[in-house]
Structures are given as structure tokens and as C-alpha cells.
Write a protein that binds this ligand. Structure first.
Ligand SMILES: C[S@@+](CC[C@H](N)C(=O)[O-])C[C@H]1O[C@@H](n2cnc3c(N)ncnc32)[C@H](O)[C@@H]1O
Length: 308
């Protein structure tokens, strides 16, 4: 899920797949189809597609989070098709498929961001709803935590990071307050960071013109930086055309404008080069009804492309 969802109090660990009906209407796999779910999560989307695959079908799921792989394994264990779950970054999709001896696939799905269970996991330190260690690594094999960035980056670079990845116009002020605070003691928890940002913006959580928590953008920026999210997405998008069969499809659900822009530009460029024959002109967004039942869906944007 995207940054706008971090403010949602996430006690429910069950993740509801976003735009599932729309995907089911638009993507039709043959029973012997091969699909990659590049962000398997809890296996919600994969289950919906996988139950239409027969014994000849193959479902490959990737995720950097070992807990997601475990949950997905449980969810998908009774499917008829062959299920291959790999703990890997989707930036490595090509290498992972070739290790499995798979050259081309019918469908690639990427539902970016985070699962409800990850937001609810205090250990990941992703939410300001609870005070937890300021970590933010979805993959704990990564070296740098959000606390490392917040405590070790100089003020200008910190402001640039909050501006670039959080699109927060108050980035300079936030960086100044962070640096001021850490001169006293390091910022080690999500609660400390959220409080510093609220102070910088003179705004307690829940007050002001928007209901979005004042620290939302700063948290987004740090999460993107810690997990190299945009770089990984760029690598995935550039690998996809070489992995799709003729008429194969790719669907990407993004949750903030930085991700959506990358998807839009990649699809557009591939269309201009006749690599994709068809792309969604405008992003598909969830209905009001879906958002009413799943607040996490509200910032979702789906784009689909078809290989020529
Ligand atoms: C929104 S959840 C996917 C939910 C899934 N569609 C479902 O229905 O259960 C996104 C998942 O992508 C994973 N993820 C994020 N970045 C990744 C990356 N670069 N490579 C692989 N997995 C990633 C997260 O760990 C998370 O489990």
C-alpha cells in the first residue's frame, strides 16, 4: 500500500486485494498459462488468478519479505497449478525466471507498496500509528534503516530526500527540525520522528486542512529511500517487455504519484516503440464502493499494457 494509507489504523492483518474484480474482468489466462506475481504479499491476487489455472499452469510469486512468502504459501497451497514462491526482489525478475528455466510468461502483476500485515507489524517501523523502532526495511537483509538516514544525513541532503521522495514542500523546515532534535539525542522511534515533523509543521496529527497525518510524506520519503523503491520499479518495468509472450499482459497497481509516473512513462515509451500494442490511456481507479469497503484502496491506480 502507499503512503496515504499509513495513516489508516491497521489492526486488521488480513489484506484485501485491491481492484481484484477489475483485474479479473481484463486479464484472462489460459488454464496452462504462466503468470508472475512480482509482489505476492498475502497471495490474495494470486489466489484469484491461480484458481483458474489447471495442473499445466504455473504461478511464480516473488516477495522480499519472508513473512509474505510464508503467508502466500499457506494461501496458495491447494491450487492445482504449479506454484513457485521465491524470496527475491522484483528488480531481479529476469534472473529469477531464468533460474527456473522460464523464458516467457503470459502475465506479470505488480501490486506495489505494502500489505496490511506489514503496516501492522511494529517491527518494520513503517507506521506512525504506533511507537516502534524507526526501521522501515521491508527486507531485513538491507543494511540501512530509516533511523540511519534520519540521524546521519546532513540537513540539505535530508531536505532534498524529503522533497524528492515525499514531495513535501516543507522539506527544508522538517529537515531543520530533525537536525535540531538529533543534536540532543538520536531519533530512534517512529513516534519521535512523527512528533518532530508535527512540531516543524505546527500541526498536531488530525488537525489542519487535510486529514492526512503531517508526517505522512516524510515517512513515504524515508520508506522509498530505505527500500530503493523507485530504482527497483524502474528495473522491473524495463525487464517486463523481454519477459512477456506475444499478447502477454502486465498490470501494475501503484499508490503514489512517483510510482504511477514511472509506470505511465514506461508504458507510453514502449507503446511508441511498438513494443506494447495497447496500454490503458488513463489509470483505472477503484470505485467508491470498493474504497468504502477497503480504505487502503483509495490511492490505488492500475495501468495495464499488452505486448505486441
Ligand atoms: C500490496 S502488497 C501485495 C499484496 C498482494 N497483491 C495480495 O493480494 O496479497 C505488496 C507486497 O510487495 C512486496 N514488495 C515490495 N517491494 C518489493 C520488491 N522490490 N520486490 C519484491 N517484493 C516487494 C511487499 O513485501 C509486499 O508483500
Amino acid at each position: 500500500m502507499g503512503f496515504a494509507d499509513l495513516e489508516v489504523n491497521s489492526s486488521a492483518a488480513e489484506h484485501i486485494p485491491v481492484l481484484a474484480e477489475t483485474l479479473a474482468e481484463r486479464i484472462h489466462l489460459p488454464t496452462d498459462g504462466v503468470m508472475v506475481d512480482a509482489t505476492i504479499g498475502q497471495g490474495g491476487h494470486s489466489f484469484l488468478f491461480g484458481r483458474n489455472l489447471g495442473p499445466e499452469g504455473v504461478l511464480i510469486g516473488l516477495d522480499v519479505d519472508k513473512d509474505s512468502i510464508r503467508r502466500a504459501h499457506f494461501k496458495l497451497k491447494n491450487l492445482l497449478c504449479r506454484v513457485i514462491l521465491i524470496r527475491a526482489n522484483f528488480s531481479q525478475i529476469g534472473e529469477q525466471l531464468s533460474e527456473q528455466g522460464i523464458e516467457k510468461v503470459d502475465f506479470i502483476l505488480a501490486d506495489l507498496g505494502l500489505c496490511s500485515s506489514q503496516l501492522a507489524d511494529a517491527g518494520m517501523g513503517l507506521s506512525f500509528q504506533m511507537d516502534s523502532p524507526l526501521d522501515m526495511r521491508i527486507d531485513e537483509r538491507l543494511k540501512t534503516t530509516a533511523a540511519d538516514i534520519v540521524n546521519k544525513t546532513d540537513e540539505k541532503a535530508l531536505a532534498d530526500l524529503i522533497y524528492k521522495f515525499g514531495e513535501d514542500r516543507a522539506s527544508r523546515r522538517i529537515a531543520r527540525f530533525i537536525v535540531g532534535y538529533r543534536q540532543g539525542r538520536p531519533i530512534t522511534t517512529t513516534g519521535q520522528l512523527a512528533a518532530v515533523v508535527c512540531k516543524a509543521l505546527y500541526r498536531p496529527a488530525g488537525k489542519g486542512k487535510t486529514k492526512i497525518h503531517p508526517a505522512t510524506r516524510t515517512f513515504q520519503a524515508l520508506r522509498i529511500a530505505v527500500n530503493n523503491e523507485l530504482e527497483n520499479l524502474e528495473k522491473l518495468l524495463s525487464s517486463v517487455p523481454g519477459l512477456l509472450k506475444k499478447k502477454g499482459q502486465v498490470a501494475v497497481i501503484s499508490y503514489h504519484s512517483l510510482e504511477d509516473r514511472l509506470v505511465k512513462n514506461s508504458f507510453k515509451q514502449n507503446k511508441q516503440e511498438n513494443i506494447y500494442s495497447d496500454i490503458t490511456k488513463k489509470p483505472i481507479v477503484p470505485s467508491r464502493q470498493e474504497i468504502a469497503g477497503n480504505a487502503r484502496a483509495r490511492s490505488a491506480k492500475l495501468r495495464i499494457a499488452q505486448k505486441s
